[in-house]
Each structure stands twice: as C-alpha cells, then as structure tokens.
Design a protein around this ligand. Structure first.
Ligand SMILES: Cc1cc2nc3c(=O)[nH]c(=O)nc-3n(C[C@H](O)[C@H](O)[C@H](O)COP(=O)(O)O)c2cc1C
Length: 189
C-alpha cells in the first residue's frame, strides 16, 4: 500500500517526528511504500482564496503542493502528525490542509469522487501538546477530521499525548511510542 505521512512540526528530532517514526516502523517493515513530507522544509504557500479551484478542482499555485496533491490522490493510507500550536494544528500543517480546498471543490462542487484504491483509504492522526488540558486536542481533531473527510478518508484513528513539551519528552512517556507502533500496524492492515 502507499502510505503518505505529513509531519507538521518545525522541530527536527522533535516529539512529532519521534512519534511519527514509531508509527511508520511497522508499515516499513511490512514493505509498504512510505513517503514522508516534512512540511516545514517544503514550499506550501497558504490558500489565496482566489476561487480558481472552484471551477476546476485544481489549485493555480504551483509549489510543493503539486507533489502533495498527487501523493494524496495515489495514497491508500494518510498519516497527519502535528504538534498543537495555539489549540490547533501547526501553521505548517494547517497551510497544507487549507490547500486541500482544491479537493473540497473537486468533491463537493464538481461532484467528482476522489477514488480510493482497492483497500480503501484510512487515516491516522498523531498529536502532541505541551498542555495536559483537552482544548488543543478538541480543536486540532476537528480540523484534522475535516481534512481527512475532504481527501476521502472515511475513517481515521487519533492518538493524542498531552504534557509533552520539551524536545524528546515523548520518549519519557510510558506508552506513547508503543501506542504509535500499534496504531501504525493497524493502519497497515
Ligand atoms: C508556537 C507554539 C504554540 C504552542 N501552543 C500550544 C498549545 O496551544 N497547546 C499545547 O498543548 N501546547 C502548545 N505548544 C507546545 C507544543 O505543542 C509542544 O512543545 C510539542 O511537544 C511540540 O512538538 P514538536 O517537538 O514535535 O515540535 C506550543 C508550542 C509552540 C512553539
């Protein structure tokens, strides 16, 4: 299967990256085709609300999203991993999500279904936040759900770990890495 993963953290070796790496382990071991987009290193400009995609389903901006659109279209499984920033996804992740307005137009305005492969399309959401409270999780999960449904992922699993702030904190969590590996394994089934 083709697995596409988005890392929304700007921090190299940060908690999101470590968590995502664990989730990808069983998928790589099973021989799936895994592709990771580290959004902070790419050129994904924000949506300009120009209305171009409402007529064609195609974004007029030509940047790293061109490659991402193709990768999403060809994917069987999508992982969205992000730190919580100001109660939501990181700006890097949100910019990519907003640019999926082109898929939204294709699906809901142009009434074209974005076809999934024979194994359907499933998703996994990985979130880390410095706070233990649930507000960030609630907001980020709502954004992520909207993203997944737009790119024709009818079901996804979510993992959230709060109280994870300093770089590498996720490695001290008693179950997080194991939970990510198990979720990755389920995603590949
Ligand atoms: C700009 C910014 C905003 C943040 N806002 C929140 C927040 O609203 N809620 C929260 O729980 N943590 C917040 N944090 C903390 C990060 O979610 C936390 O440090 C996380 O572990 C970073 O993950 P990373 O190492 O993958 O980048 C914020 C951090 C930054 C840099």
């Amino acid at each position: 299967m083709r697995i596409v993963a988005f890392n929304g953290s700007p921090r190299t070796g940060g908690n999101t990256e470590l968590l995502l790496a664990e989730a990808l382990k069983p998928l790589r071991e099973a021989g799936h085709d895994v592709r990771v987009f580290k959004l902070n290193t790419l050129d994904c400009k924000p949506c300009q609300d120009c209305g171009g995609c409402s007529k064609t389903g195609i974004c007029i901006q030509k940047d790293s999203m061109t490659e991402i659109y193709d990768a999403i279209r060809e994917s069987d499984r999508i992982i969205l991993a992000s730190p919580i920033f100001f109660h939501s996804l990181s700006a890097q992740a949100k910019a990519m999500v907003d640019r999926c307005q082109a898929f939204w137009c294709e699906k809901y305005l142009l009434k074209k279904v974005i076809p999934a492969g024979p194994q359907g399309r499933k998703g996994l959401l990985l979130l880390v936040g410095g706070m233990k409270k649930d507000e960030g999780r609630t907001c980020a999960e709502a954004v992520a759900k909207s993203f997944f449904r737009t790119v024709s992922v009818p079901e996804h699993e979510s993992l959230f770990f709060g109280g994870i702030d300093a770089k590498g904190d996720i490695q001290k969590h008693p179950t997080a890495l194991k939970e990510a590996r198990e979720a990755g394994k389920r995603l590949g089934e």
